[in-house]
Design a protein around this ligand. Structure first.
Ligand SMILES: [Zn+2]
Length: 117
């Protein structure tokens, strides 16, 4: 699973509080004004979907929609500032081992020393 900011936290940042620990629940949509909750949130999957305006996504999509970011990298920077933590993207050498940049063929810059035992 990709590293992403906690959806509950991001929703709360935008003024939408999840009510319970239930897996799925409906809340007021974070991206359009409404008085009756039509946005369904699944915390286990980290996904949300508004039945009224059709907006949907995960915590990244929400940040990008709310902040008007065009680039995913901006959302990552924003999340690191606002929510703390490090989300690996844009720093290919950490944790993901360069997965985004170089795919499965990623090779370390130097040959690994063989350990003779
Ligand atoms: Zn909506």
């Amino acid at each position: 699973m990709t590293d992403k900011p906690d959806l509950r936290r991001v929703l709360s940042f935008y003024g939408v509080e999840l009510h319970s620990q239930r897996r799925e629940q409906s809340v007021n949509c974070p991206v359009h004004e409404e008085t009756r909750p039509s946005c369904s949130v699944n915390e286990d999957d980290g996904l949300w979907h508004c039945l009224a305006c059709g907006a949907a996504g995960d915590s990244w999509s929400l940040i990008m929609m709310k902040e008007g970011f065009d680039e995913f990298r901006s959302a990552v920077q924003f999340a690191e500032q606002e929510f703390g933590g490090s989300y690996a993207q844009g720093k290919p050498d950490r944790r993901t081992g360069g997965r985004r940049e170089r795919g499965a063929g990623f090779r370390p810059a130097f040959k690994r020393q063989r350990i003779l035992s």
